[in-house]
Each structure stands twice: as structure tokens, then as C-alpha cells.
Design a protein around this ligand. Sequence first.
Ligand SMILES: C[S@@+](CC[C@H](N)C(=O)[O-])C[C@H]1O[C@@H](n2cnc3c(N)ncnc32)[C@H](O)[C@@H]1O
Length: 184
Amino acid sequence: MLDILATEKYFILQHLKAGDVAADFTMGNGHDTLFLSQTVGSEGFVYAFDIQPSALVNTEKRLTDNNCPNNYQLICDSHHNAKEYIKQPIKAGMFNLGYLPGSGNKAVTTKRETTLKAIEAALDLLAPDGILLIAVYPGHEEGEIEGELINDMLSLMDRKQYCCVKFRIINSPTSSYFYIVESK
Ligand SMILES: C[S@@+](CC[C@H](N)C(=O)[O-])C[C@H]1O[C@@H](n2cnc3c(N)ncnc32)[C@H](O)[C@@H]1O
């Protein structure tokens, strides 16, 4: 059966290599930050964002426990402010939208207004031959609307500049799905 997380990583690894710069726009417990940090290695760099201070604590621990090199900056701010922190092009950006599973606080979820602004910022930062991955969780109301708005936004993007793809299990409507945006 399809492993959606492995599939997401497969697409990212077609673009992201050792020495590159990447961003995790929804740090959470740091699983994606760890993947990005390990992929770019000591010559690369990862910026990671979350609005919950506990996300930075948990991610720092995960990175340290896994002996990651000092190749990251954990930022406690909303991802729509990314351009205030990132001053260089990124080869990959990951959005894992929604709320932190198991956190007990479903109110701290990504929200459509800031998510769309953050995706715009990520597109501005994206290097040629780069990739954005945006995972959506339609099992809650805000997630469902977020996904529809992202779909509308990406559908209108210039095909000469970007290739936008949706990857969804169509017989499981509440399962997470993802978009990739590849820059030419
Ligand atoms: C599904 S979780 C991310 C899981 C994470 N990638 C991991 O590997 O554990 C979504 C995260 O987005 C964060 N978040 C919500 N709104 C945000 C915002 N405006 N800017 C940055 N992060 C935000 C939440 O606090 C939550 O930790």
C-alpha cells in the first residue's frame, strides 16, 4: 500500500541535495526538520518555523538526539514572516499543515490567511529546480477549507514557471493529501 510520507520524501529528494538550503514551515515535533537537516548535511542549512515554543524545544531535542550538525535555525514565529529571516533562495520547503497530533490543542492549527501568505513567501524564496511540498489534512473543517484555497491558488500558477501536482487517495476523502510545486 502507498506510504504517503515516503512518497513525499521521494519527491523532495529529487530536488534537495547535500549543501542545499531548505525550510520547514511547520516544525511541530521536528520530524521534517530532522529529515531536511540530515539531507542537506553539514554544508547545508535548514530554517524551521513554528508559533508554539514547545515545538522548538521538542525539535531541538530530536535534532540533538540524532546528532545533527549545527546546520539549522529554529524560529518561533509565523511562517508568513519567513522572508524576514530567510535571505537566500531555498531548494525545498515543507508545509505539514494542521495541528500537532497528540498535542491535545487542536486550536493551534494552521489557518488559511497565514498559510496562503506563507506559501506566497515560500514561492518567492524558491530557487530554480526547487520544490515545495504542502501536506493538507482535510479531516477537520479548517484543513478542508485550507486545502480548497491552496488548490485554487496553485491551479492558477503559470505552467511555464511551475509544475503543480496534487497527490490524493481518492477513495479515502479524509486522509491527508499533498501538493508539490516544482520550479523550472
Ligand atoms: C501537523 S503539525 C507539523 C508536524 C511537523 N512537521 C512534525 O514533523 O512533527 C503543524 C504545526 O504547524 C504549527 N503552526 C500553526 N500555525 C503556524 C504558523 N502560522 N506558522 C508556523 N507554524 C504554525 C503548529 O503549531 C503545529 O506544530
